[in-house]
Design a binder for this molecule. Sequence first.
Ligand code: WTA
Length: 712
Amino acid sequence: MPKKNDAGAEAVESERASESQIAVHWREEDYFFPSAKFIGQANVSDPSILERFSESKFPECFKEYADLLSWDEYWHTTLDTSNAPFWKWFVGGRLNASYNCVDRHLATDRNKAAIIFVPEPEDADTEVITYQELYVRVNEFAALLRDFCGLQTGDVATFHMPMVPDLPVAMLACARLGVVHSQVFGGFSGAACGGRIADSKSKILVTIDGYYRNGELQDHKVKADEAIARALEEGVVVDKVLVFRRNPGEYASKSPMVPGRDFFVDEILPDYKRKLVDPVSMPAEAPLFIMYSSGTTGKPKGCQHSTGGYLAYVAGTSKYYQDIHPEDTYWCAADIGWITGHSYIVYGPLALGTTTVMYEGVPTYPDAGRCWRIAERLGVTTFHTAPTTIRTLRKVGPDEPAKYNYHFKHMTTVGEPIEPEVWRWYYDVVGKGEAVIVDTWWQTENGGFLGTGIPALNPMKPGSCGPAALGIFPEILDEDGEVVTAGSGIAGNICIRNPWPGIFQTIWGDPDRFVKTYYEKYNHKKGSTDWRDWPYFANDGAMQAEDGYYRILGRVDDVINVSGHRLGTKELESAALMVDEVAEAAAVPVVDDVRGHAVEMYISVKPGVEPSQEVADKVSRMIETEIGKVARPKNVWIVTDMPKTRSGKIMRRVIASISNFTDVGDITTLANPDVVEDVLHHVQSEKLARGELPRELSPAELQTIKNFGSSE
Ligand code: WTA
């Protein structure tokens, strides 16, 4: 165990600090230690594991994860680097993900709950799906996909589904057939879904008529029509739309069913009753799914994940870091539409044969006690959520957890940096001082955790994700590729020196972008087949404390992290530019006490157009239509001109500083420095009038604002 912290010690500023290498004055936090009770039951408490996963044991160490799965055929090569950086794991191995998550548990756990579904309406019954029931549903739906939709191994199917059990059933049905699923977050707009259908060239869309959110039955099918229209504009025709119904026998949408294209699942499924579909034995490197994620430029990237490497990595990390035991009741309150849900609601927990809870709705519906009532009622042992949810629950119901009789042994935080005060509330109030917390840092691209402690071995440190996960060897590099040393108090770009089984295989249809975005920056030698030449550039800023723990500061590219959702500036700006009156648009992050960051848009209008609230509202609505409600800007500022470089580029860093009341820095090199003063005055006086008062920013927040736009 690392030695006790020198609490209160301040990081030392070094003269090497530059814009991208910020010296961070960060108070070191005290350690928190796991209880003896937790350690006594933990899956991993023997420090010899660190030796088993040491660098000299790489890559064979990951056999330990792969051995948690049932293989049809064992692999002959653990890691094939011949086409670096397109890594291949467990080559020669064959397995089926659906078999691993369902069939293999039947012999011992047929009647055990696999999924417990909690609908949002509190008077509705909880639905318990046993492993046997899951097996039946997955088989029937797989038969329907194969025989009614004509899907074959290697095809892609897009889902635009909310948090209902039909979603994991459909995912596992695809996995059974070797069909690649591409689930688009249900909260995204029809247009956003359509773009992803077109990119993946899916012929099949799986959706639902409606779902409950904040007490209302949302019309969701209407988005399918928009999605299909958008896909068509991009040249992709969807043959069939499968529509589940949220409430049997009712139709929650105003959108008519299109004959010959749209089909209610409950009407066709009876033809496939009692059908069994043999799981297709897939090569370990066959793709299991695509998950789209935003980047700096261009359209979202389809991150392609493998079958064997991915499943091994999520099973292993679920066991060692989530400390999942088969008898646990595990609740990850993320959405399956994000990578967290894929890995840590569906594939990881089900591969380990545990009980995974799915909640349909909003954590504060109908009140701030809802999550804790669910935890009490179901006897949840393990809880997993994001800082944005913790902040919300702390704000609206700081004393609620104490009113309920639940006891967590383990809690997770994921998706954004967590402020130490928020961490302490999570620990003291939600966890009642009894539960360990793992802060898990990773990304859509990574499949599973990269930075996090082993809960029984590594003490917790608020605001820090802890050391690297087993078999992960990070380094923090400066812009010149020099290593920034631990304990220097200097931040840099966090990279992972080695490949790992959960790493995505490529960007769907765009291998060049894959290499360019993640590997080109720090590649030592072009064409090398040695993995040591290919550090993975995570696009996050971080610093490492003397004890080896990492503190993640946030994105170094122009991605805005709103409530843990990654939104690309280019996507936001392109949407704003679709409004006729808009001439120029810039998206920047503004710190937000609940969501971490929110989006602010700056626009200028075309000559002859009067700036008006109406135009601003049109921009907000367009962003909602093109991307979804999550992206709705906090403010849309109409300005006469934007601060620009001499080459005409909008200086987002300057605008971001204005929005956040931070120092605008050196503006002498701008083409139009006078504009800065005008914009600053206009925006900040309006903000003050609206009661959006400035506050001191944390080091992580400051880093995001200072660096914003620097990736251009
Ligand atoms: C951020 C979510 C600090 C980070 C699993 C990363 C975090 C982006 C943490 C990925 C954490 C994720 N502490 N920051 N524990 N976890 N992030 O792809 O900036 O939706 O690059 O994956 O979220 O978001 P994504």
